[in-house]
Structures are given as structure tokens and as C-alpha cells.
Design a protein around this ligand. Sequence first.
Ligand SMILES: [Zn+2]
Length: 392
Amino acid sequence: MLFNLRKKYFIILAFLIFLLFLMSGCNFYTSTDIPTKGALSEEKKDIKTITITAVGDIMVHMPQAKSAIKPDGSYDFTPHFEEVREYIKDSDIAICNLETTISTPVKGYTGYPRFRSPEEIIPAIKYTGFNVVITANNHSLDNLEFGVVNTLNALDKYGLFHAGTYRNEEESKKILIIDKKGIKVAILAYTFGTNGMEVHIDRGKLKYMVNYIEEEKILKDINRAKEEGADIVILYLHWGMEYARTVDEERKTLTDKLFRAGADIILGTHPHVIQPMEKKKITTDEGEEKEVFVAYSLGNFISNQRDRYQDSGVIVNITITKKNDKTSITEVSYVPTWVRVFKKEGKTQYRILPVGKFLNCEELSSTELERIREVWKETTDIVGSDGIKIKD
Ligand SMILES: [Zn+2]
């Protein structure tokens, strides 16, 4: 009897342990979670991911050009970009706004208000890892038609894609679509104006030479990009009030309209300071729900503007994923940057610094450390953290 009772308890206990084992097993996985070998490789084959990197204005004020001059009279701008190169060079598509025109040694070089810069800024941009250069901005016509043509020729010479200005009508009709790993990215660029320089351009030529922000034209171009198979449409818009850190209602309204019409990413330049960024869900005019991203102003990537806020910018990274023919924005992050101007061997030097990495750098003076820490706070405060990651 006693033996039977013990046996009974033993069986119950064994059953309970078995049950516990089964239950704990459920916490790890269920049979439906185990993909068969075939299914796994099938799914992997259908997921494609690329990274898009974007920065704001690349300006060439005369002190920057002076600092890049070599003993033989040629220029080397690469040191200015050395510290941020690692954040850009491995990106699939890396875009910057070239806010100057390329001149020649014979024609000479000038800074503000009509920018004409040495060609050597282009190989430095390429060296940093950029492969797309935006040319539509209020300085596009600083050297009239020659400047437009010579700038685009220089970009072609170094194998860089460009968008926003054109040498002829035929070229202006082509939409820049870059196919990376099977994801087609359209890049369109427009500017609010060209500082009045347009009056010096033949009217017939002006029609194609610069893309201006005209709602109807942008909407048409978005449509064309879609028709030509673009999975993602990026708009680079040169707009807004200079030095304003807030976003006006007019641009908010236009942004919403362009998103509803099919734009996925809107990147702003021109204010020379950073403005808010936003990642949000919208419903397009065609009823599709999707995530979109806007950075109203990316700030100065490099310039000689030293006033508060004008000395900083951001490198934005956007991850795009295409799964079963549906393309979406899966992650957005950014790196705050600050332009350091300092003297070395009696010569003025420029360096774009990734802020997070240099917050405690002993090489910086106490004044520089104070400023770079302020920049970290200013930038992270204005960008916020609503679904947008900060990287140092
Ligand atoms: Zn501008």
C-alpha cells in the first residue's frame, strides 16, 4: 500500500516535471518559429537593404580655399573631411549639397557673395565617400552659364552623380535614378531661387538650367520617377529662412503635400543651421500607408560661418529595406558634426568633427571643448529622439 502510494506520487511528480519542461520549452520557441532551410533562404533572398547618407551645405569661403592651398599652387581639401570620412564612405548612396560653382585658375576664385571655387573640392568630396552632389541652390548661377557647365563637367570627370542643374534641355529631362542592390532610388533637387542671377541668363536656357521649387513641376517629377520604377523618391529642397531654427507653416504644408504625392524622404538645405527632423506615418493620395522622413535643414556641413548654430550640421543615415517588392524606411539615425577651425604651423586649418567622438578630446582647447559640448546639446535638443537615433 505504502509502496503503491509512493509510486503514485512518483508518477505524478514525474508528470509535473515533464509538464514544466514542456511549458518552459514554450517560452523559447514553438514549432512554427523554426523555419525550414528552404524557407529561410527563400526569405533572405527577398530582403534587400541599403543605406542612404545625407549632409547639408558644402560651402567654400575664401579662408577655406586659402587653407587648402599647397606650395605648388594647387589645392587639397581632403584634410577638411578626414575625420568624418568613416561615417560616409561605406554608404550605398551618399549625398551632399555643393553650394558653390567650379571655376578655373585662369578665371580665378571668389567667395561670398558669388562663389567660384577650385576644382579640387570635387575630388575631396569623392574621397569622403559622396557619390551624389546636389547643384540646385541659390548659388547655382554665381558664375552664370559657364559655372553651371563647368561644375557639371567637373562632377562627371570624377564620376559623381548630380541633380538640380543641367547643361541642356535633354539632360534636364532625365531623372536621376540610382539602382543599388535592386533598390531604385530617385533623387530630385530644387531651389527657391538663384539670388537674382537668373536675369543674366537667356530665357530659353533658364527653362532647363536650374530646377526651381515649383509645386506643379515637383509633383510631375515625382510621378515620372514612380513611372520609371523608383522604389524610393528623395527630394533635396534648398529652402527656408536663413539662420532660422524653426520650421514655418508654408514648408510644413508643402512637405505634407509632397509626401502624399509619393515623396519618401525630404532633405532640406540653405538655412545654414539645423532645423527639426521628423519621421512619421502618412497616407498617400493613393491610399497607401507608409513611413516618411523629413529633415527641414541639415545645417552647414562645412563653411567658414563661425556664429553659434552655423558652425554645426548633421550626417543623416537612412536605412531602406525592400521586402517582397515593398520598400520602406526601416531606420533613421544621425551624427552631429561641428567645424573646427584652428591654427597649425601658422596656417588656418578646417576639420569637420563628429561631435560625439570629440566630446572629451584632449587635443581640443578648453574653449573648443566648451563649444563642442554645447553643439551636442543644441543638436540633440533640436532633432529630438522621436524614432530617430543619435550616433556618436
Ligand atoms: Zn543657400
